[in-house]
Design a protein around this ligand. Structure first.
Ligand SMILES: O=C(O)c1cc(=O)[nH]c(=O)n1[C@@H]1O[C@H](COP(=O)(O)O)[C@@H](O)[C@H]1O
Length: 299
């Protein structure tokens, strides 16, 4: 197969910065769980899934910077559920939203390479970025870094997640640093031009140029840090990339929490699922719910 090997698009970090400048920083998660489908008057079946997804994409893909579909809610309907998402992702990207596929993948090198194919331009469901899990060791994700660099994609690595039990593993020590800090520091290295781990790095000189052109604060590799944390217990100064901050609304996090945790210098992509989706299925109501968050985030 004659496969493309090089990005013809700007790096994800630059595309994210442009989308946020144009539309505000909000990411809306697309999480069609059963109670929500029923609340919308839809069936918990492929038809309900399609109507739900189309309504969210039609209302928001031309409106917010990032849409984050959660793959689990599509996989639970089998191949036909995934087909619904595949079609929706293409439409969302065509309407100008960046699509962050919430798949939370992580495995040994060869398998990680296959998961990372979601970022390739010849994948049937190409997305702009992917959430990944570092449980097998942060360097296990290196193949995905190579693919992301080649195709202008991004990764968000779970570091300090929003769930109550998160610290059990994430505060464990690796030498003198917590697991969460080790993840942040690893991702920070991926955002520097001299990172040569993984395979392939198609053209390190071109990559270095790219990074200089777009500035250090817009790296393509980010971490997930929950907006629900009582305090920020990781040092983000070496990250050089964005933070995806879930936990707003339904999990109790507020915009004030974001400011308290991250200040104003760190690039943060706040993500909200249930609190926005509950406003549907009416398109204007969905947009109004997203607009309320955006107004508060940019005030
Ligand atoms: O990666 C995520 O998006 C994520 C990380 C995390 O630490 N906590 C978290 O809730 N999420 C996701 O955010 C979504 C829930 O968002 P809410 O409905 O706004 O609470 C789900 O899809 C979760 O998988």
């Amino acid at each position: 197969m004659n496969r493309p090997t090089h990005a013809e698009v700007d790096p994800f970090g630059a595309r994210l910065a442009a989308a946020v400048a144009a539309r505000g920083p909000l990411c809306v998660g697309i999480d069609p769980h059963r109670p929500l489908l029923l609340d919308w008057g839809l069936g918990d079946d492929v038809d309900g899934l399609r109507r739900f997804t189309d309504a969210v994409v039609d209302a928001l893909a031309g409106h917010v910077a990032v849409l984050k579909p959660q793959l689990a809610f599509y996989e639970r309907h089998g191949a036909r559920g995934v087909a619904v998402l595949e079609e929706a992702v293409a439409r969302a990207r065509a309407a100008g939203a960046l699509v962050l596929l919430d798949a939370k993948r992580g495995d040994i090198g060869s398998t990680m390479d296959a998961y990372a194919e979601y970022l390739r331009s010849d994948h049937p469901m190409q997305v702009d970025a992917l959430t990944v899990s570092p449980y097998l060791g942060p360097e296990s994700l290196a193949p995905a870094v190579g693919t992301a660099r080649s195709f202008g994609g991004g990764l968000f690595v779970l570091a300090r997640t929003s769930n109550p039990d998160a610290a059990t593993f994430q505060h464990a020590l690796v030498g003198e640093r917590s697991v969460a800090q080790t993840v942040v520091d690893t991702v920070g290295r991926w955002n520097t031009p001299d990172w040569l781990g993984g395979d392939p790095v198609p053209d390190p000189a071109a990559f270095a140029d790219e990074q200089r052109r777009f500035g250090a604060s817009t790296g393509s590799f980010g971490v997930v840090v929950g907006a629900t944390l009582p305090e920020l217990d990781v040092d983000l100064t070496g990250l050089r990339g964005p933070v995806l901050a879930p936990g707003l609304g339904a999990q109790g996090g507020t915009v004030a929490d974001l400011r308290r945790l991250f200040g104003t210098d760190q690039a943060v992509v706040p993500t909200v699922s249930r609190d926005v989706l509950a406003a549907g299925p009416d398109a204007a109501a969905l947009r109004a719910a997203a607009d309320r968050w955006t107004a508060e985030l940019t005030a």
